[in-house]
Design a protein around this ligand. Structure first.
Ligand code: ASP
Ligand code: MG
Length: 436
């Protein structure tokens, strides 16, 4: 049988008991005849604790040293897990990202994988051992320094290794039974999704669903690696993230007990929400060629990624317009400072900052061929008394910005309007604490 890559998140290896439980799962997979490569995250909240520690000793920890510190979290879990497997009578060898051949660029804190050369992993497998790899880290091709891939990056390590080793599947173990039609903490009737396409998962991940690291899904789609998201706390089938075309095949080969196959693909697959953004409005911008370009060049020069943009029609009497956009809250301060410096030159009136916003998105490949989806979504929001601040769409997604206090109501209204709910409430069990 082939190679299986398994990734265990921080909540799955939070303490010694959890590590032993995970070790048993890994050994069971090995006994079933697979070659097993395991990617681990740091135990529990270790990464957050290490960040706090860094901030206690330095107001602005140097990026190189911060990466060196954070990668220690995954070193602890990989070694402890290898020991636990050893005590079950199976050989396990742990490897840092660098030893596993994860080569990145030199962008500390958000390095991108540029190559994976897993020679030592392959050798370990050939010699019958289980390979354990520290997630979320690599080594820079140019500087040879240790890098990290960004928060939640262990998912990406796992998929990258699966691609390089030509594994059959990449299993991502977390503390919920896969992907749901909405966050089960908000929507009591949220349903488990047995299969979902890469495209839809990308939209969900990019719009706040915390189940998978965005770059992991991009990597999997590009390399055609099937992802199986499942809980390390149960044996229930999780969610398969695959090509849209393969979903029908999987459904006929692996029917889920009790599941009634829909006659047609559902219009909407899920509802995602995001509370991590803020909105900036530049008020009273002269309605002239090039003003929007200067504003967004300033934002881009500050290395900030914006999300939605709205420009109002300028008032006829003043020919001044307002431009609003959303961005990560964590970049809010930087953006406001940069724009304030631009005020003289562009001559806008003032800046407004609003961080009490949230984004709610409906995602579904089925909306491509279904008229009236926007109308149905907006009517549901209206019926729930939710006011829409901004709107953006892709071919398979509609997102709105609403007041943060109305996010839960909006998610529930959308879920209901597209009949996403199951019959019984609370099918979803959140086994750990964090959803990761
Ligand atoms: N330990 C890292 C983090 O907490 C990486 C990961 O969990 O994937 O972000
Ligand atoms: Mg983590």
């Amino acid at each position: 049988m082939g190679i299986v890559v398994q990734k265990y998140g921080g909540s799955s290896v939070a303490d010694a008991t959890s590590v032993k439980r995970v070790a048993q799962r890994i050994v069971a997979t090995r006994k079933a005849g697979h070659d097993v490569v395991v990617v681990v995250s740091a135990m529990g909240d270790t990464t957050d604790d290490l960040i706090d520690l860094a901030n206690e000793v330095s107001p602005l920890p140097p990026a190189r040293e911060l990466d060196m510190l954070l990668t220690a979290g995954e070193r602890i879990s990989m070694a402890v897990l290898a020991m636990a497997i050893g005590s079950l009578g199976h050989e396990a060898r742990s490897f840092t990202g660098s030893q596993a051949g994860v080569i990145t660029d030199a962008e500390h804190g958000r390095a991108k994988i540029i190559d994976v050369t897993p020679g030592r992993i392959q050798t370990a497998l050939d010699e019958g051992a289980i390979a354990i790899v520290a997630g979320f880290q690599g080594v820079s091709q140019t500087t040879k320094d240790i890098t990290t891939l960004g928060r939640g990056g262990s998912d990406t390590t796992a998929v990258a290794l699966a691609a390089a080793l030509e594994a059959d599947v990449c299993e991502i173990y977390t503390d919920v039974d896969g992907i749901f039609t909405a966050d089960p903490r908000i929507v009591a009737t949220a349903r488990h999704i047995p299969q979902i396409s890469y495209e839809e998962t990308l939209e969900m991940a990019a719009n706040g669903a915390k189940i998978l690291h965005l770059r992991c899904v991009e990597y999997a789609r590009r390399n055609q690696i099937p992802i199986h998201v499942r809980s390390s706390f149960s044996d229930k089938p999780g969610t398969w993230v695959v090509n849209a075309d393969d979903i029908a095949t999987i459904r006929s080969e692996q029917p889920v007990e009790g599941e009634v196959l829909p006659m047609e693909q559902a219009i909407i697959s899920g509802v995602a929400h995001d509370r991590s953004e803020a909105k900036i409005t530049v008020v009273g911008v002269p309605d002239k060629v090039g003003e929007a370009a200067s504003i967004f060049t300033t934002i881009a020069d500050a290395q900030i990624n914006i999300d939605m943009v709205v420009q109002n029609v300028s008032a006829a009497t003043t020919s001044l317009t307002d431009i609003s956009f959303t961005l990560p809250r964590s970049d809010g301060q930087t953006a406001m400072t940069a724009l304030a410096r631009l005020q003289q030159r562009v001559g806008f009136e003032r800046l407004q900052y609003d961080d009490s916003v949230g984004k709610v998105s409906i995602v579904g490949a089925g909306m491509r061929s279904e008229p009236g989806v926007t109308a149905r979504f907006f009517q549901a929001l209206a019926d729930a008394g939710v006011n829409i601040g901004m709107i953006s769409t892709s071919e398979i997604r509609i997102s709105v910005v609403v007041s943060e206090s109305q996010v839960d109501a909006a998610v529930n209204a959308a879920h209901e309007a597209f009949n996403l709910g199951g019959d019984e409430p609370a099918q979803a069990v959140v086994y750990g604490g964090t959803g990761r």
